[in-house]
Design a protein around this ligand. Sequence first.
Ligand code: P6P
Length: 356
Amino acid sequence: YNKSQFELYTLTTWLLQEQRKGKIDSELATVISSISLACKQIAAAVGRSGISSLTGVAGTGENVQGEEQKKLDVISNDIFCNCLRMSGRTGVIASEEEATPVAVEETDSGNYIVVFDPLDGSSNIDAGISVGSIFGIYEPSISVGSIFGIYEPSETCMVDGDLDQSLEACITNVCQPGKNLLVAGYCLYSSCHTMVLTIGDGVYGFTLDPYVGEFVLTHNRIQVPEVGKIYSFNEGNYAMWDEPTKKYMDSLKDPAKWGGKPYSARYIGSLVGDFHRTLLYGGIYGYPGDAKNKNGKLRLLYECAPMSFIAEQAGGMGSTGKERVLDIQPTEVHQRVPLMIGSKKEVEYYESFYKN
Ligand code: P6P
């Protein structure tokens, strides 16, 4: 028989190798493993959503973003929180689906800070279009030893008119610039389920082998092409964009500028799917600010910063159009920033429209 067919190089094997190389310690590897378990569970839930009547709205009303929570949003958030709690290495979590950061009591050590969007693009779920989870891991910026108890999102945590000191410490720990990230990754739930991960030394892709339930290394040190003739923007917002963005978009579609062959448009309305294609094929994904939302729609902490860390580790860029995303010091957990991300030359071309 073909021996190599059974020599799977799994995420677990890769994590052990990275520990041997001293790139990460066992505590951080434990957190990454717990996240991979969450992604496997979400992949199963998403794959069966139509069958187990998990599509549609949760009936829990709107989340902090004013978006109708889908059943799978709530389930995916619970899955992430449970896995991270059970890892015993997580100090604080911040999720798109939680109003405030949550201090995790069951932390034995490590005390890592984990930020995540458990199911991004979930409005696409009912149509079976790709969705994904996005995550980032930080060291605590201040001691979390003094933090205990678990905040229910509804709990005001206001003590004598001031934010409870512990919650304030949680927020301080969570609101770190992306350049502090130790780990960033996403899991794409699509025709195949692929986890893409960086621990600060290149970008690796692991595809879920449904037969053994393991993430298997399939993309070794991904490099985003330096240029790419694909743009991924919601052009429905064109009328609300500022002049530099309009001029940029007009230029991409001008055949005369590109030897007769303008750029192609690809937009599925799901950041993880659009970004994954951009990372592998090259090009640019953009969600600019507009007249209605000057900072655009995407969240800095658990969408733009982790994706920008991955892009930079793959030789690309993540920018607001005016500044490097990873340099931005968050001022609040759910703040939004404009995002231009992908091939270095393509992001620089967008930025040039603000410089001239
Ligand atoms: P629009 C999904 O809601 C999301 O956060 C991203 O996944 C996606 O890229 C973007 O918003 C789509 O937003 O305004 O184009 O529908």
